[in-house]
Design a protein around this ligand. Structure first.
Ligand SMILES: [Zn+2]
Length: 270
């Protein structure tokens, strides 16, 4: 059984601004609720339901390194904690992506999936669902026939029904080139699903690529730190390179352990 993934589907910065105005009181109450969970313990447990396996479970929140309150308590980094007690054992963000995949694509056995970028945490869970999840650690730089720089995912397999990337695109100087490559390895109708450290209050992406070291005059395929503060124009970039149905999904749920101020999953279709 798959659980519906409840979220606000947003296609542009102006849609986000309208939604934010409309639901400001909801956002405020979520924030206050999360603050109220601050603890002086190193970790604590919350009861809820796992959106990935649809079972009652407990989420473990780790407060180490979290934001400190005036009363010397700490608020966990919600995005990276709240690990589920189920067999997936995934923290908030990864569990939400797995839930999103199941709800929006069904994650069937016949689907060919690729995950690329710096995290393989989700790959084994998706592999367990489909039996065909290829983990590609990184993009590789190359040149096309007329000497222009390209990025390759070195995927010699057949085209993919789903391509996933978790918090990686902000490290890729040639962002548009990377989006072209994702489009190339997707089946027609296939979906690109990703998360990024998202700058939800920025309409435009700020890029810091000018002073990056170059190899043979070209940017590296990826960099060790953020080279883009990605804003809402990521959706128009996706449309420009040929994706359709590009949208951001804003989600939050106390029951499912999806805490944090602005949780987004992005999806675009080839
Ligand atoms: Zn679970």
């Amino acid at each position: 059984m798959n659980l519906e993934f409840e979220a606000n589907r947003i296609e542009s910065f102006s849609e986000f601004e309208q939604l934010r105005t409309k639901m400001q009181h909801v956002l405020d109450s979520r924030y206050l609720f999360e603050k109220s969970l601050a603890s002086s313990e190193d970790s604590f447990v919350l009861e809820g339901t796992c959106g990935a396996c649809v079972c009652p479970t407990t989420f473990t929140a780790v407060t180490a390194g979290g934001e400190e309150t005036p009363s010397n308590q700490r608020v966990p980094n919600w995005r990276e904690t709240l690990r589920c007690g189920c067999s997936y054992h995934l923290p908030n963000r990864y569990r939400a992506v797995l839930h999103f995949l199941k709800a929006k694509t069904g994650l069937q056995k016949w689907m060919r999936v690729a995950i690329f970028g710096s995290s393989d945490l989700l790959a084994s869970s998706v592999e367990a669902e489909t039996g065909n999840c290829h983990y590609l650690p990184r993009l590789v730089r190359g040149l096309n026939d007329i000497g222009q720089p390209i990025l390759r995912l070195e995927d010699r397999d057949r085209a993919r029904h789903i391509v996933i990337s978790l918090d990686y695109l902000h490290l890729v100087p040639m962002l548009r080139t990377a989006l072209f490559e994702v489009l190339r390895i997707l089946e027609s109708g296939g979906r690109f699903i990703f998360t990024i450290p998202f700058h939800a209050h920025s309409e435009l992406t700020s890029s810091f690529t000018t002073h990056l070291p170059r190899v043979e005059g070209l940017h590296p395929a990826e960099f060790g730190g953020a080279v883009h503060d990605i804003g809402w124009d990521i959706l128009s970039m996706l449309r420009d390179v040929g994706f359709s149905r590009a949208a951001a999904y804003l989600y939050w749920s106390e029951e499912l352990g999806y805490f944090g101020p602005y949780n987004f999953i992005f999806s675009a279709t080839r």
